[in-house]
Design a protein around this ligand. Structure first.
Ligand SMILES: [Zn+2]
Length: 327
């Protein structure tokens, strides 16, 4: 029997027990948590990596029932991870400062301290005096595919340069392709062998991070809605599957329901996840938290204080982790 020491005010976390560990360790077991998100674009956002001004897109099947090709916008995993790793570190820094706890100097890129809750969760590599030290990440990201097709969510802006002297607009300088507001990207963040404390830190990070701006810090406002958490010994669904399944529900009843507070009803998302649970290898280990129960957990996570005691215990876990990796 695991002794997770979950505090009373977060008792809903015991519904995710099969995916949590007592303390973080360098050697990974099978405990897995999948955090399902609806990343909602709140401002015209540029999602691209190449200087071509084109959005990152890819062809996927329309849905599992309709295999005809459909162009979707891609929100790359690396973009999500970079922003959230920094946000995690910022929250930690401010919380420690507020409680008068000494913090390490740790920043991307090139100066990871290898010795803080961020480094042992997100992973880190450092080379000193020719010797390389590496910590394996326990958080995993995957690219997210827009729920709706590219044609429905893309907006092109043509921008002109204004001549300050004559106030006339010159030749068009170019076109910027952006993703329109209210676009949804179903997305999954996966945690391996984390403690309830690390889960709290990640949930607070996801819920409070809103700026994913790419170029010139224009746009990029995104709101993350946590729509489900699945615990178990494996990943039961991928972010592409999640997009295709939700789109299928959307096109079949045109009223996609990813959340319900009604005890007698099930959201479409719950129905989808229950189907995937049936396909799981360790089906008896799968725990699904959605709808009203998830709402209660999220409220208790928001209310949970990053107290001195909590922060010191996170630091203590880092110490234990480092000692184990030296053996
Ligand atoms: Zn660090």
């Amino acid at each position: 029997m695991k002794n997770l020491n979950i505090p009373n005010e977060l008792k809903k976390l015991s519904n995710l027990e099969s995916g949590l560990v007592e303390s973080p360790e360098p050697l990974l077991g099978a405990e897995t948590l999948q955090i399902l998100l609806a990343r909602e674009i709140h401002d015209f956002t540029v999602l691209r990596t190449e200087p071509t001004r084109e959005l990152n897109t890819t062809v996927t099947p329309t849905s599992f029932k309709d295999m005809s090709p459909l162009l979707r916008v891609v929100f790359l995993a690396s973009k999500q991870k970079a922003v959230e790793s920094r946000a995690f570190r910022s929250i930690l820094k401010t919380a420690k400062n507020t409680e008068g706890i000494q913090d390490t100097d740790c920043y991307l890129k090139g100066n990871l301290c290898m010795n803080c809750p961020r480094c042992i969760l997100f992973g880190a590599v450092k080379t000193e005096k020719g010797k390389q030290e590496a910590i394996k990440h326990r958080i995993g990201y995957s690219s997210a595919f827009s729920l709706m097709p590219y044609e429905d969510i893309e907006t092109a802006f043509t921008f002109n340069a204004v001549d300050e002297r004559t106030q006339s607009t010159g030749q068009a300088l170019g076109t910027r392709f952006t993703v329109s507001p209210a676009t949804i990207f179903p997305s999954i963040v996966t945690l391996r062998c984390v403690t309830w404390k690390e889960l709290i830190m990640i949930l607070k990070t996801l819920l409070s991070t809103t700026n994913y701006g790419a170029e010139n810090r224009i746009g990029g406002e995104i709101r993350n809605h946590i729509i489900g958490i699945v615990a178990g010994w494996e990943e039961i669904i991928t972010s592409l599957e999640l997009s295709l399944e939700l789109y299928e529900k959307y096109t079949s009843n045109s009223n996609l329901n990813i959340w319900t507070n009604d005890d007698n009803k099930k959201s479409d998302l719950t129905t989808i996840l229950e189907e995937y649970k049936k396909e799981a290898v360790f089906g008896d280990k799968i725990q699904i938290l959605t709808d009203k129960n998830l709402g209660e957990l999220i409220n208790s996570v928001k209310a949970f204080q990053l107290s001195k005691k909590f922060l010191l215990s996170l630091e203590n876990d880092v110490k234990k982790f480092k000692e184990k990796s030296k053996k």
